[in-house]
Write a protein that binds this ligand. Sequence first.
Ligand SMILES: [Zn+2]
Length: 237
Amino acid sequence: MQQIILDDMSIFVVHKDIKNVHLSVYPSNGKVKISAPLRMDLDSIRVFAISKMSWIKKQQIKLQNQESETPSHYITMESHYYLGKRYMLKVIEHNTPPKVVIKHETIELYIRPDTNTVKKKKILDEWYRKRLKGIIPKVIAQYEESMKVNVVEFAIKKMKTKWGTCNLEAKRIWLNLELAKKPIECIEYVVVHEMTHLLERHHNEEFIAYLSKFFPKWEFYKEMLNKSPLRHEKWTP
Ligand SMILES: [Zn+2]
């Protein structure tokens, strides 16, 4: 089997006695395979793959989302997301206070023996919250300067239908804990969106103009967020 690398994606290539080129994205892991006719050379296959890139990425996002919609059991080998990246959960029993350790491809959840699912979720959620609390102030600070607004307070909450909210009078923004699982650009989009409410309360033309000025790719990241509902409702900031 041969392989071609595009962006940071590796695509497996198999030559077969077939008439047409086939492209498949595996549901189990999102890996991409191209089956090509025997006479088709790697350069032509590469050109073909490039032309299908947006479709491939769409399929991979779709697969990721299907996965995040299934309930978690907090067991070893389960996929969990942090900043848009998939990690494998490794549950390790030990007899000291619980902790979470993130490695290159795994999230290690250290728990006392006989910890139930609810408690495991709570431990991991607290870790997500702590991580998000470290990230958000930097994002706020970065945009406060260019937007010339002041966020007095922020908080991370569990919210069922919103990614974020803004209290204009208190200059306070609330952000959904689930954002910790999303790519950093999506987090930035939600923060900037809520900060834009400090300039304009309603989602009117002025609001859109501000948002486009301070975060030009907002539509792209909004779509990315809404394509991946964590529950089945549509989530909006
Ligand atoms: Zn809004």
